[in-house]
Ligand binder design. Structure first.
Ligand code: SF4
Length: 308
C-alpha cells in the first residue's frame, strides 16, 4: 500500500506554521517516508525527531490519557477509583522516564518514549521530575473530584457523544483534524469539553472551541445556538476554572475565515498544490525564539550538525 501525503489542516499545524516555516516543513513534509529503512538517513532522522516530546506536553498527555481511560472504563460499566487512577498515572510516567533514559526509542512504532530534553542533553533534575509528577497527580485529582466529572457520571452513557482519538470533517475540500476530549448531549443541546493542564491564550482557545463547534454542527447537524463549549482548567493556578464559549453564527464565521486564510497561506508555499509537494528551501528558518525548544535543531542548525 502506498501512502500519499495529503494536505490537511489542524490547529497544531497552524501553530507550527506561525512559529517557524522550516519547522512546519520538517513536521509535515520532511519526515515523509522516514519510516522506510532504505530511505535517506536525514529523512529518517527528521521522522525520529518529529515525535519527541517536551516534559510539559508529555505531562499533559499523560493526564489526558488516564482521564480517557477512566471515562472509557466508566462507559463500559467499570468504575476506576481515584487511588487506582493515580497509581496508573505515576506508573506510566515512571516507565516513560526510564525508557527515555535507556534510549530504546527509534522513531518507529513502539511504546518507547523519548524526551526532547534527553535528546538535547538538558537535565531534568530529580526535583523537577517530582514536581512534574505532583502536578500531573494534582490535575487528575482536580478532574476526578470536579462537579464536571460528577455531571458526566450522572449522564446516561447513551448521551455521551464521542471519545474517539482523531476526528475530522471536510471544510471546503480540506480535511480538518481535531480531537475533542469529551462531549455529551443535554436535551437538544451538546456540551463539548476540553481539559487543560497548562495555560492557553484566549485567541487559541476561541479558535479551538470554534473548530469543535464546526465539527459538531457539520457531523451531528446541531444548530449552533444549541452548542456550548467548555474549557476546564485542571492545572495549578487556574484549577477548577471553567471557561464557557457560547457559539453563535458570527463567531463561527470568524473561524471559517481564519481557516480559509491559514489554508491559503500554507498552500502558497507549495511547489505543487495538487500533489501537495514542498521543497525545503522554500520554507524560511526563523532562527530565533523558537529554536531553543525545537525538536529539529539536529537537522536544522549548524552547531548541532546532523550525525547518524
Ligand atoms: S531549529 Fe529554529 S529555524 Fe530550525 S526548524 Fe527549528 S525553530 Fe525553525
Amino acid at each position: 500500500m502506498v501512502f500519499k501525503n495529503e494536505f490537511s489542516w489542524s490547529k497544531s499545524r497552524d501553530g507550527i506554521f506561525r512559529e517557524c516555516r522550516r519547522k512546519y516543513f520538517f513536521n509535515h513534509y520532511g519526515f515523509w517516508n522516514g519510516w522506510i529503512a532504505s530511505e535517506d538517513d536525514r529523512i529518517k532522522r527528521i521522522y525520529y525527531l518529529k515525535k519527541l516530546n517536551g516534559k510539559e506536553v508529555w505531562m499533559g498527555s499523560a493526564v489526558h490519557g488516564v482521564i480517557e481511560f477512566i471515562l472509557k472504563k466508566f462507559r463500559s460499566g467499570e468504575e476506576v477509583s481515584l487511588s487506582h487512577a493515580v497509581v496508573i498515572l505515576r506508573k506510566r510516567m515512571e516507565s516513560d522516564f526510564v525508557m527515555s533514559k535507556l534510549g530504546g526509542y527509534t522513531g518507529f512504532k513502539t511504546n518507547a518514549h523519548r524526551f526532547f530534553e534527553d535528546e538535547y542533553d538538558i537535565e531534568i533534575s530529580e526535583d523537577e521530575k517530582a514536581e512534574l509528577f505532583d502536578k500531573a497527580e494534582r490535575c487528575l485529582r482536580n478532574f476526578y473530584n470536579s462537579d464536571i466529572f460528577m455531571e458526566i457520571r450522572r449522564t446516561p452513557v447513551e448521551d455521551w457523544v464521542t471519545l474517539e482519538d482523531f476526528l475530522s470533517f471536510d471544510f471546503e475540500s480540506t480535511r480538518v483534524y481535531l480531537s475533542i476530549d469529551f462531549a455529551m448531549r443535554k436535551g437538544d443541546k451538546v456540551i463539548l469539553y476540553d481539559w487543560k493542564t497548562g495555560k492557553e491564550r484566549k485567541s487559541d482557545y476561541e479558535l479551538q472551541m470554534g473548530l469543535y463547534s464546526l465539527y459538531v454542527a457539520d457531523k451531528l447537524g446541531i444548530p449552533t445556538e444549541n452548542i456550548t463549549a467548555k474549557m476546564f482548567y485542571l492545572g495549578i493556578g487556574d484549577e477548577g476554572k471553567v471557561d464557557s464559549f457560547e457559539v453563535d453564527s458570527e463567531r463561527l464565521e470568524f473561524v471559517r475565515e481564519y481557516l480559509r486564510g491559514s489554508i491559503l497561506e500554507m498552500k502558497k508555499l507549495l511547489k505543487d498544490i495538487s500533489e501537495n509537494e514542498a521543497v525545503e528551501d522554500d520554507f524560511e528558518k526563523c532562527e530565533g525564539y523558537w529554536c531553543s525548544r525545537c525538536n529539529f535543531r539536529k537537522v536544522c542548525l549548524e552547531k548541532w550538525s546532523f550525525q547518524e
